[in-house]
Design a protein around this ligand. Structure first.
Ligand SMILES: [Zn+2]
Length: 219
């Protein structure tokens, strides 16, 4: 894909816009972008105007911003780099799933198309990263993910599909409890928290923690 050469910050904006669109299902507000990127709203406005000038973003003051088809392609490309790198660091180099995000944040901007392809090849073209997040395919389509938070899933048998949190503390805790993608569990009861059985152990997960566990019901 021919893409304009962008700064790391510009690529981060495109990726943040994509993730916000996926999460909220509508154009991202300046406020939401500022919060996600840890910058002040006036800087966001300035950058959005720049990206609109490059034909990557559609920006209407006070109404938020959305990606143009080209902007979306670039954002998916960066996301593919990010999630493939996470998978590679985890599977090939033994990084913990709580460590991979920081490394991938830096490397996603610099790896070549060739390295991206070789990593994908080496890993056997994985559909998901270690957090269970779908990896955009080579032709930049994003597989859908049907994970429901434990707080909303029906009682009964399920399988952990995705971590819905990013912070180290939560990821560490989930790993210690064995609540990682692929793990079968039984959802026993829902009240203040959610009671689950994982490999013969029963845990009462506080609501905030239960919200961070995405599961696929097994019927
Ligand atoms: Zn991830």
């Amino acid at each position: 894909m021919d893409r304009p050469s962008l700064s790391e910050a510009q690529e981060d904006y495109l990726k943040a816009l994509l993730l916000l669109e996926l999460e909220e299902g509508r154009p991202a507000s300046t406020q939401a972008l500022a919060q996600r990127l840890g910058v002040r709203p006036p800087s966001v406005t300035e950058m959005l105007k720049k990206l609109a000038g490059l034909g990557l973003v559609q920006y209407t003051p006070y109404q938020g911003a959305s990606l143009t088809p080209l902007g979306r392609q670039i954002a998916l490309k960066i996301l593919r780099h990010h999630r493939l790198l996470e998978a590679y660091l985890h599977q090939a180099l033994g990084y913990g799933w709580e460590e991979v995000h920081q490394e991938a944040e830096r490397l996603e901007h610099v790896i070549s198309e060739d390295l991206e392809e070789r990593i994908a090849e080496y890993l056997g073209h994985p559909p998901f990263d270690p957090h269970g997040d779908p990896i955009p395919t080579k032709d930049l389509t994003l597989p859908s993910s049907k994970a429901l938070p434990l707080t909303e899933a029906p009682l009964g048998r399920a399988r952990v599909a995705r971590a819905l949190a990013q912070d180290r503390g939560t990821l560490n805790l989930l790993a210690r409890l064995g609540l990682v993608p692929g793990k079968p569990l039984r959802i026993l009861e829902r009240g203040e928290g959610v009671r689950v059985e994982v490999e013969g152990e029963v845990y009462l997960l506080p609501r905030a923690l239960a919200q961070a566990v995405g599961v696929e019901p097994l019927g």
